[in-house]
Design a protein around this ligand. Structure first.
Ligand code: SF4
Length: 457
């Protein structure tokens, strides 16, 4: 799952600081949330289904000095309370709690193997990872040695924090660095640097791919367990992370601005106004406008109290929420040639609905421009892209998609334009959902099974 995680030391008000940090990460998951606090060697956890503000205004949370937190949207398991994180387990080295962001691709095999010794209470890959860790820690008799084994046993992505009863706080990131993980003074570990801004903590940078950082006895120990060429997820820049976050050393805002410029470079298009789909496409629209000189107009107004449709777990919920969420400003779009900028098209449901709203509001022409290249294959590393049969670009040509969505024209970002905008070499990025070629072996096997239709039967 692509979630938001946090772990920190705070001599005062730890629970309140984790709460504020989770609020800053709420965009990364709205299904459930949880906080674990270490007090007198024991881990106390409160978690449940719902938004951070709803959950923790009701719960009384223990106070201590070290804690971790989590916000979740699911790619494995369900959106029920039993799948909420952090998860907790006992080990010979004391209790361990985990906040996990990523996706264990070899989940089924690991779960089968572990279930001989461990009962499972959820369908979530975080629980599998935690129990695997408990087993490895028991066998090694050492936390870091146990974590090292995880790097050889897990196929997939993990950018995680652990809270342990007698060791302290640990952050670790898979060797390819799919999901972001940053850290700063305190120490503070989190999915995105905005947490450090909110808590007034100094931002140091990334937990490197393949690195473990352990905080115990008031000291920091860093160890690079594995060194490989990174495979940062391009979609964190396109859509998932906040524009004011710095991940892998790049400000997301700057990347999105360049995505808009790259998109504008593809064509010479006549339009009257550039309209972003709020909020995640605003910056790309600004970039498009900077390049073309066509003004940005806020022709769609977002209801801020409705969540992101992308992370609603069922199709029915997604449709209702799309309808609630955007309202066109008639006087701005009527009789205008609208260049509509969106960050991505997954199933096409949301785009079709938005186009229909703009048509009803009187737009003369609608030219849809997408700052991400076509998504043609699923994600196995924690972004809920849907399966191949649901992905519109995997099953239709551009002409067909134009008709399905009801637009006058459609242009996607090129892969080279995306790579230039992000600013890493192509080899340093995961582009699996754009190319169908994945950086880890099992995902390449799974996608073949999926193409045959057997994965989803
Ligand atoms: S497959 Fe796509 S969404 Fe998944 S990690 Fe790779 S780039 Fe990101």
């Amino acid at each position: 799952m692509s979630c938001g995680i946090i772990g920190l030391l705070s001599r005062r008000n730890i629970a309140r600081n984790i709460y504020f940090g989770l609020l800053a990460l709420q965009h990364r998951g709205q299904e459930s949330a949880g906080i674990s606090i270490l007090k007198n060697g024991k881990i106390h956890t409160k978690k449940g289904v719902g938004l951070v503000s709803d959950l923790f205004s009701k719960h009384q949370i223990e106070n201590g000095e070290l804690g971790i937190g989590h916000v979740r949207y699911s790619t494995t398991g369900t959106s029920s309370e039993r799948d909420a994180q952090p998860f907790q387990v006992d080990s010979p080295l004391g209790g361990i709690a985990i906040s996990h962001n990523g996706n264990v691709v070899n989940l089924i095999e690991l779960r089968r193997e572990l279930s001989r010794d461990f009962p499972f209470e959820s369908g979530c890959d975080a629980e599998v990872l935690l129990k695997l860790l408990a087993r490895e820690v028991s066998e090694e008799g050492d936390l870091i040695e146990g974590i090292k084994n995880i790097y050889d046993l897990v196929d997939g992505s993990f950018s995680d924090v652990l809270l342990t009863g007698n060791e302290g706080l640990v952050a670790f990131r898979d060797a390819l660095g799919f999901r972001p993980l940053v850290w700063g003074s305190g120490p503070t570990f989190s999915s995105e640097s905005v947490v450090h801004d909110v808590l007034g903590r100094e931002f140091y940078g990334d937990v490197n791919p393949g690195e473990v950082i352990l905080f115990r006895d008031d000291t920091i120990e860093r160890e690079r367990i594995k060194r490989k060429k990174s495979k940062f997820c391009m979609f964190e820049y396109v859509y998932f992370s906040r524009p004011d976050s710095i991940i892998n050393g790049k400000l997301v805002y700057s990347v999105r601005l360049k995505l808009g410029e790259e998109l504008a470079r593809i064509e010479e298009h006549e339009g009257d106004i550039v309209v972003p789909v709020p909020d995640s496409s605003r910056t790309a629209a600004e970039g498009y406008s900077n390049y073309t000189g066509i003004p940005v107009v806020e022709g769609l107004i977002k209801n801020r109290y409705v969540g992101r449709t992308f992370i609603m777990p069922t199709q029915e919920e997604r449709e209702i929420y799309t309808q609630l969420k955007l309202n066109p400003v008639r006087s701005l779009v009527r009789n205008r040639r609208v260049i509509l900028i969106d960050d991505s098209i997954v199933r096409g449901t949301t785009s079709r609905r938005i186009v229909s709203l703009l048509r009803k509001a009187g737009a003369k022409e609608i030219h849809l421009r997408i700052s991400c290249p076509p998504i043609v294959s699923p994600c196995f590393y924690g972004i809920d892209m849907a399966n191949k049969r649901e992905l519109i670009a995997a099953n239709h040509s551009i002409d067909e998609i134009e008709k399905i969505l009801g637009v006058d024209s459609l242009i996607y970002q090129s892969i080279d334009g995306l790579v230039r905008a992000i600013g890493f070499n192509k080899e340093e990025l995961c582009l699996g959902c754009l190319t169908g070629r994945y950086p880890t072996p099992l995902a390449n096997e799974l996608v073949k099974v999926e193409k045959s239709g057997r994965l989803w039967e």
